[in-house]
Write a protein that binds this ligand. Structure first.
Ligand code: FES
Length: 269
């Protein structure tokens, strides 16, 4: 049986409303929406943002740091840059108070606040591990580099060595660039909206590349690094004279732009 702790009086939390409470030494975000209470860890699984400080919209809470959204009923991550759920807790209302049992998940507790929602185990993003990963290998002029673990495709490599590269070749080069927090390449993440090649006016025989690229969120902290890595991955090729990167936020990025390979890597099914 889960151990319930009384965390607040029912009247303390407006509807809709939220309150930061403490349960057995852990900080928990308590929500009151349409007459029912919900509790999840006050920790964004992207990078530890305090969820209770975010904007509550229906059953969604937006992390105030980079905008990831979570379902307050289940803790499920609904939008990037968070990909893992935060922990959800069982809640009950009794004797005028709101009671929370850590880690029991919604749906495991009988009573008026029993939520039939999908509950998944908490697995925080391991940012330390991501930071230890080596950066993409530097590209050497004239010799196309293929991302680690990715086989070279004949079309891409041939295009890279035989004069003008194709758009496909440029996209293969761009797979060297990985989001430093998610550690998935930007092509499979669906961040590349367009690649345009045109003969360079300044360097005969070489190409000017224009890349339309988006970010997983408007305030993506990895933005400057991704732009720099993108320019380096393409601009270091012998056949390329210049690279222009344009950040496009319309249409906004959504998780359904990811390839199956990216979903597999992130554990999203
Ligand atoms: S810390 Fe929450 S979205 Fe980055």
């Amino acid at each position: 049986m889960p151990e319930f702790t009384r965390v607040a009086d029912v009247s303390e939390v407006s509807d809709p409303g939220k309150l930061l409470v403490e349960v057995e030494g852990e900080v928990v975000a308590l929500f009151h929406v349409e007459g029912r209470f919900y509790a999840i860890d006050d920790v964004c699984t992207h990078d530890g943002g305090p969820l209770v400080d975010g904007e509550l919209n229906g059953y969604k809470i937006a992390c105030p740091r980079h905008g990831a959204k979570f379902d307050i009923r289940s803790g499920a991550a609904l939008s990037m840059p968070a990909v893992r759920p935060t922990r959800a807790h069982a809640v009950k209302v009794e004797n005028g108070g709101v009671w929370v049992a850590l880690g029991s998940g919604p749906g495991s507790t009988p009573g008026p606040n029993n939520q039939a929602a999908d509950f998944r185990s908490y697995a925080p993003t391991n940012t330390a591990a991501a930071a230890e990963v080596s950066p993409a290998p530097p590209a050497s002029a004239g010799s196309p580099v293929v991302a680690a673990g990715m086989p070279a495709t004949g079309a891409a490599t041939a295009a890279a060595t035989d004069g003008a590269p194709s758009e496909e070749a440029v996209r293969e080069w761009l797979k060297e660039v990985k989001d430093p927090e998610l550690f998935v390449n930007i092509v499979d993440l669906g961040l590349i909206y367009g690649v345009t090649l045109s003969p360079s006016a300044d360097a005969p025989g070489k190409q000017h590349v224009s890349i339309d690229m988006t970010m997983t969120s408007p305030a993506c902290p990895a933005g400057p690094q991704l732009i720099a890595d993108t320019k380096r991955a393409v601009g270091s090729r012998e056949s390329i004279a210049a690279v222009e990167v344009r950040i496009v936020m319309d249409p906004p990025w959504t998780p359904d732009r990811m390839t199956d390979a990216a979903r597999d890597q992130l554990g999203i099914f």
